[in-house]
Design a protein around this ligand. Sequence first.
Ligand code: GLN
Length: 193
Amino acid sequence: MKVAVLALQGAFIEHIHKLESLGVECLELRKKEDLDQQFNGLVLPGGESTVQGKLLKELDMFDILKEKIEHGLPVLATCAGLILLAKEIENQAENYFNSIDMVVKRNAYGRQLGSFRTIEEMKHIGQVPMTFIRAPYIDQVGDDVEVLATVDQKIIAVKSKNQLALAFHPELDDDLRIHQYFIDMIEKRNVHK
Ligand code: GLN
């Protein structure tokens, strides 16, 4: 199994460390040619969604990735990555992959709560530590979107078909269960293909 990690900007190295510690080979996506390689899953890391979206388009990687996501490539998206998947971003005209039927609010927590940690229940996994950094939350979801976790009544984790999207950063905590869950999603897809 090989997982591609978008490595244009942001917190990608931490995802690679987590996946490698679970025995998964990783491929860093930095330029269009990197997309010629075969891979079974995709990680969209945290960072700045506007910067990542701009670079994806400038480097001519956007359309290829969008097509792969639409064709069922398993995706783990955290924070800025979640924003890239949303159908609609509040107060922003531009969207990106538009592959999850949800409306997100960027930098949704006030200045004092810009960064915080908590432990909450996540469906299919249990109590997990959650680190939020200038995080978005999800304001609305469509019918085919499964809500996995909420914090203070705000949706912060969802699954939609092949995509797992989280407003927090599981790669920054000492817990491998979310990355393992993603690996399980990839394995299930390969069995059913
Ligand atoms: N604030 C960032 C954005 O809007 C997301 C922050 C993060 O990924 N930690 O894209």
